[in-house]
Structure formats: structure tokens, C-alpha cells
Ligand binder design. Structure first.
Ligand code: BGC
Length: 389
């Protein structure tokens, strides 16, 4: 009897403990980065202090990353900086195509033209207390062949760092937007090391932002190896999930996103019919699940990003490196109510994980700001800042 009672007791204890064990299991982060990626213990490192200036940001998209001589119909004037500040953003992320303004090897000398344009942004942002994240955007030759383009990559950062060495610490350099293709995380790790060492010669105290491969995918954080002797590095990730919602109708995003009318969250009141040209199995299955699953299991719901943001937080805590979500957003083809719900849900998930962020974008295809009406796109102010003004 005694042993039976004991057995039942142990059984009961196990059953009662199960939910909390499962929760614990759920929350324990098991690192798998290469052993060279060591942990930083402090939560007040220079990078953490810098990251505190980059909590609520907006990308000046389709602006300075546009090839010289082209226009993607975005203009930025001084009043945009007033509006960005008044809306409640604390920083801007500025995509810049530096590589398109460089001379030939071996100096790859940058033209004054691009410095003049970036200086305009800086001289407007800084007096308005907007922190600035300057990146290198759209360097496709590099993603095709990183080794052949590595000297150019280093030379660009050497010059940018020299030019801006005297700016306040609220300006940070992001080394490469969305490495992908041949620019895998393993390939870019040592190139980040070299660029960081170069920048440190002139900017010993400035935070530097680096991100993993596969377009800054959270799932790629596991392959990052950062220099152990530099505690002033912020790690950038991007997340456009659920992609068939956020990129519906975006002509640069391939055939899978042709089906428009995807709402957030799903399921829709009436089933969505996939575009007749849709071939890819995963997209057809996704639309099927979107049409049929309840909201708490639906692929067009916060489920699509909540887990990724949680992983980003766990990784950041484990390695002691602040993570910034440098891009998320939804194209204006989506209906305005769904867009507003998406931004609100994403912001909530970011807040739960205490992650800083920058939406894509200010006044282009994913716009927050409607320049014609001089006001935010419907619902976005409420979604992101919880106010109607
Ligand atoms: C690209 C943009 C694009 C956005 C959303 C950015 O990284 O540079 O051209 O609009 O992602 O797809």
C-alpha cells in the first residue's frame, strides 16, 4: 500500500508539475552558435546603452538606396523630420547605396554627392533628437561574390567612418543590409570582423550594427560569430512574416505573392481564391490554412512572428548582445484595416520581448506617412503609438 501510495504521489506530483515543466522547457534557450561566439555578461554594455536610443524607428525607404539618376518617387524634406519626430519615433534607419557612388579600385573613393545627401539627413535628424542608423543597402555585387567585393566593402566603411568620426554616439553604422545568397553568415562573419577593426581606428566608441545572413533572418542568428573583444555591437534582424500577407501584390517579391485580398488576421469570412497562376505548393497550402484555421492557429496572425521575436530575445539575453528589429512592415496593397491590425499586433509582440524596432517604411510603398494628405495612413498612429492625436 505504502509503495502504491508513494507511486501515486510521485505520479500526481509529476502531472501537477508538467505544465510548469513544459513552460520552462519552452522558455529555456539552448544556444547552438559556434563555440567562438562567447557570451557578454553585462546588460549595461556600451551596445545596450546605444540600443536604448533605437527603440521606435522608421526606415527612410526608397530614398538614398535608389541608384543615382533614378527616382522611386520618394522625396524627403525638412518637414518630414518634423513629422517623424512629432509622431513619436525616436530614430530613423537610413538605407544608403554607398557602393554606387564609389570610384574604382584600389581606393573606391566615395563621391561628395552621396556625403552631401547623407549630411542633409543627419543635420536635420540630430537637432530633432532623432538617432540615426546608417546602413549599406542593396550591394548586390557583394551578395553574388563577397570575396571579390570585400576590399570595396572595407574601403567604403573606412571612408564613411572617417567622414563621420566626430558625430555624436547616437549615429550608428550598420555594416550590411540583408546579406543573402553567397553572403552567408559564415562568409560574412570574418568580413564583419575586418570592417569593425577598420571602423574602430577612427570611431572607437560608436555602436556598430551587424546582422545574420538569409536576409537578416532570426533563424540565422545561430551562425553569427562576433568579435569577443568588442562590446559595442548591436545585432539586426528583419521579419516580414506572414510574407503572403505583408508582400501581397509586391511585384519585386516573386510569383508566390500574386494573390491579393489576404487579411490580417485570418480566417476570412469568405474563402480567398488563390491567383490562378499560383504554382508553389507551400503558398497554396498556406492559403488553404488561412481559409480554414481559427485565428489562434491561422498563419495570417501573430503566430507568424511571435515565435521569431521570442527567439530573438532569448538569443540576445543568452549572448548579451542587444537585438534590433530593423525592418518589418506591410505593403499598401493590403486593406487598411488589416494593415493597422498587423502593425498593432507586431508592435505588441515587440513590446512583449522588449525589442527596439524600425518599420519599413516612412513614405514609400509600405508607408506610415501619407504625404498627400499630410497624415499617417489609416490606423497606423493608433497601432504603433496607441494615440489618435
Ligand atoms: C528592400 C526594399 C523592400 C523592402 C520590403 C527592403 O529591404 O530594400 O526595396 O521594399 O525590403 O520588401
Amino acid at each position: 500500500m505504502k509503495s502504491l501510495a508513494n507511486g501515486i504521489g510521485v505520479f500526481l506530483a509529476l502531472v501537477l508539475a508538467l505544465p510548469s515543466f513544459a513552460r520552462l522547457q519552452d522558455e529555456v534557450f539552448i544556444p547552438s552558435n559556434p563555440p567562438e561566439m562567447t557570451r557578454i555578461v553585462s546588460r549595461h554594455s556600451p551596445a545596450h546603452q546605444a540600443a536604448a536610443h533605437f527603440m521606435r524607428g522608421v526606415n527612410l525607404g526608397n530614398y538614398l538606396e535608389v541608384p543615382p539618376g533614378q527616382s522611386w518617387r520618394v522625396t524627403i524634406t525638412t518637414s518630414d523630420f518634423d513629422d517623424i519626430q512629432a509622431e513619436g519615433f525616436d530614430h530613423i534607419r537610413v538605407p544608403v547605396a554607398w557602393h554606387l557612388y564609389a570610384g574604382s579600385a584600389p581606393d573606391f573613393e566615395l563621391s561628395n554627392d552621396i556625403f552631401r545627401q547623407v549630411d542633409f539627413v543627419l543635420t536635420n535628424a540630430l537637432p530633432r533628437h532623432l538617432a540615426v542608423m546608417l546602413n549599406l543597402h542593396g550591394f548586390d555585387d557583394f551578395t553574388r561574390d563577397p570575396v571579390a567585393n570585400s576590399e570595396k566593402f572595407i574601403a567604403l566603411w573606412r571612408q564613411i567612418a572617417e567622414h563621420y568620426a566626430r558625430l555624436p554616439d547616437t549615429v550608428v553604422f550598420e555594416l550590411f543590409n540583408e546579406p543573402h545568397d553567397a553572403a552567408t553568415t559564415a562568409v560574412i562573419n570574418p568580413l564583419y570582423d575586418r570592417a569593425i577593426a577598420e571602423i574602430r581606428k577612427t570611431n572607437p566608441r560608436r555602436a556598430i550594427v551587424v546582422g545574420p545572413g538569409q536576409w537578416n533572418n532570426v533563424d540565422e542568428l545561430k551562425n553569427l560569430v562576433l568579435p569577443n573583444d568588442d562590446d559595442n555591437l548591436i545585432v539586426s534582424v528583419h521579419c516580414y512574416d506572414p510574407f503572403l500577407f505583408t508582400h501581397q501584390g509586391a511585384n519585386w517579391a516573386g510569383p508566390d505573392v500574386k494573390t491579393t485580398g489576404v487579411q490580417f488576421p485570418g480566417p476570412p469570412a469568405r474563402p480567398l481564391v488563390p491567383d490562378p497562376s499560383l504554382k508553389s505548393r507551400w503558398a497554396i497550402d498556406w492559403i488553404h490554412d488561412y481559409n480554414t484555421l481559427p485565428t489562434d492557429k491561422n498563419p495570417s496572425s501573430p503566430l507568424a512572428f511571435a515565435g521569431k521575436l521570442k527567439l530573438a530575445r532569448a538569443w540576445a539575453d543568452y549572448y548579451g548582445r542587444p537585438v534590433h528589429v530593423g525592418e518589418f512592415g506591410c505593403f499598401t496593397t493590403a486593406d487598411p484595416v488589416s494593415r493597422a491590425r498587423f502593425y498593432a499586433g507586431f508592435r505588441r509582440a515587440l513590446d512583449e520581448q522588449k525589442l527596439g524596432w524600425a518599420i519599413w517604411d516612412w513614405n514609400a510603398g509600405f508607408r506610415y506617412w501619407d504625404g498627400k494628405k499630410n497624415e499617417p495612413a489609416p490606423g497606423l498612429r493608433e497601432s504603433l503609438f496607441g494615440k489618435t492625436k
